[in-house]
Structures are given as structure tokens and as C-alpha cells.
Design a protein around this ligand. Structure first.
Ligand SMILES: Nc1ncnc2c1ncn2[C@@H]1O[C@H](COP(=O)(O)OP(=O)(O)OP(=O)(O)O)[C@@H](O)[C@H]1O
Length: 250
């Protein structure tokens, strides 16, 4: 029996009349953590937004446990880039985490016991219980990142999508998240995250998907040791810094 949670098959996405993704194929199973890597403008965020049903796809199909993105919306946790969230909104940490469940609870309905338990569990997992009543506008960058993760986990998702979760985090905060992602995959959650932190991706992900408008390569970090693959994915003839950050020298 297959354990595939996310299936992306032959997907093309057009934005403002331009095809920014074409023929994208990617499968992520429960208990896998996959890093989505590529240069600026490669289409990583566009692909995540398509998986969430926030952008229409022109070609192909995306399914989450067999359902369309719109049908699966309540079982996908999404962590956007930190700057995309409205941090000046006057709510505390616990309330912000609860907004992750708005779709499931229903607009203007009160949270029930199960909703409250899911939020407390999520706050515990990111070590934010003591800050639960703190207004979100008063948090540091690392604390904000943990709020976004708690908000996504409050859904108890089968699929967790994260857009650059490690950017600007100190090492201990990165370690909290890395340990958490490891626990989540052990419990059967499928994780797909974009990152520009290549060493962190190679350390934490079981598989890397190199994207540049389409999938250039997909495999374990060990399978992607050839520098030529990385240069092709980043669309450059040479880059000492890129190769250095991969730990491969030419
Ligand atoms: N709303 C939009 N309208 C038109 N084009 C867009 C829109 N959003 C993004 N694009 C274009 O789509 C392409 C992919 O952008 P996307 O944000 O998905 O890239 P990315 O890989 O996430 O980049 P980065 O690493 O810089 O975050 C880019 O060429 C971008 O200019």
C-alpha cells in the first residue's frame, strides 16, 4: 500500500500570462521531509500556494491524500514567510495559533474543546506555553517563527508546508524546529519546506527537490553530490560560493 500524501503530476502554473512552472512532478509520502530548493524566482512559493489551492494550476494535477487542494485545505498546515503575517494585529500568541483552525471551526464560530486542546498541544510542541498571553507584536523573530509553526500544527496536519522556516533564526531555535520536524515525520506527517539554507536542508531533509521552473533533480543529499546538478538548478555556469555552501569543491 502506498503512503503518498502529496502528489504533484505534470503541473504548470501561469501568472500574469507567463508560465512560471511547467511539468512539475513531485511525490512526498508520510514520514518524509523534503527540501524544495532553487534560486530566487524559481517558483517555490508559487508551487506551495498551488498546493494550498490559493493559485489555479493550468496543467496537471495536485492531490493530497487523494483529495484536491480545495478539499484538503483543512488538513494542510502552512507556514508562510515571516514577513507575510500581520504582526501588528492585536492578538496574543494563543489566539494567533487558534487562527490556524479558523477554516475547520467555521467563520464566527466559537472554538470547542478539541480546538483548544489542539492549540495547547501545538504551543507545547514549539515551547511557547509560557508566552501564550503575550501580544504577537511584542515577539522576537524566532518567537514569531514558532507562532507560525504552532498555528500550522494546530490543524494536526497530514501535510506541513513551510516557506523558508529557518531564515533569520539563531542556532537553538533552529534546533527546536529541526527536532520538532523529526518528531512529526516519525508520527507520519509529510513535510515539504523551501529554504535557501543549503547545509541545513542537507542536514534535516531525507530528500531534496531542486526546482527551477521545473524539477531539475530529486534525490537524497547523497544522490545529489554532483556540483553540476546544483549549477544547472541555479542556472549559473560557476559559483564558488554555491559550491562552498554545499561543501563540495571543484
Ligand atoms: N503575483 C504574481 N504575478 C505575476 N508574477 C508573479 C507573481 N508572483 C510571483 N511571480 C513570478 O513568478 C515567478 C516565481 O516566483 P516565486 O515567488 O514562486 O519564486 P520563489 O522560488 O519562491 O523565489 P524566492 O526564493 O525569491 O522567494 C517569479 O518570476 C515571479 O516574478
Amino acid at each position: 500500500m502506498t503512503n503518498d500524501v502529496l502528489r504533484v503530476e505534470g503541473v504548470g502554473v501561469e501568472l500574469a500570462g507567463r508560465l512560471v512552472l511547467h511539468d512539475v512532478n513531485l511525490v512526498v509520502s508520510g514520514s518524509e521531509q523534503v527540501g524544495l530548493i532553487g534560486p530566487n524566482g524559481a517558483g517555490k512559493t508559487t508551487l506551495l500556494r498551488s498546493m494550498l489551492g490559493l493559485l489555479p494550476i493550468r496543467d496537471g494535477a495536485i492531490t493530497i491524500s487523494g483529495a484536491t487542494p480545495a478539499q484538503a485545505r483543512g488538513s494542510i498546515g502552512y507556514v508562510p514567510q515571516r514577513h507575510e503575517f500581520a504582526w501588528d494585529y492585536p492578538v496574543d500568541v494563543r489566539t494567533a495559533a487558534m487562527t490556524g483552525r479558523t477554516h475547520r471551526i467555521g467563520w464566527l464560530r466559537r472554538p470547542k474543546q478539541d480546538d483548544r486542546e489542539a492549540v495547547e498541544d501545538a504551543l507545547r510542541r514549539v515551547d511557547l506555553v509560557e508566552l501564550a498571553r503575550r501580544p504577537i507584536g511584542e515577539l522576537s523573530g524566532g518567537q514569531r517563527q514558532r507562532v507560525l509553526v504552532a498555528r500550522a500544527l494546530a490543524l494536526r496536519p497530514r501535510l506541513l508546508l513551510l516557506d523558508e522556516p529557518f531564515t533569520g533564526l539563531d542556532v537553538p531555535t533552529q534546533e527546536i524546529l529541526t527536532g520538532l520536524f523529526h518528531d512529526l515525520t516519525s508520527e507520519g506527517t509529510a513535510i515539504l519546506m523551501t529554504t535557501h539554507d543549503l547545509p541545513a536542508a542537507a542536514d534535516t531533509c531525507s530528500r531534496l527537490c531542486l526546482l527551477n521552473e521545473t524539477v531539475i533533480a530529486d534525490g537524497s543529499p547523497e544522490q545529489l553530490r554532483d556540483p553540476a546538478i546544483w549549477l544547472r538548478a541555479f542556472g549559473v555556469a560557476r559559483s564558488e560560493q554555491l559550491l562552498h555552501s554545499l561543501g563540495v569543491a571543484r
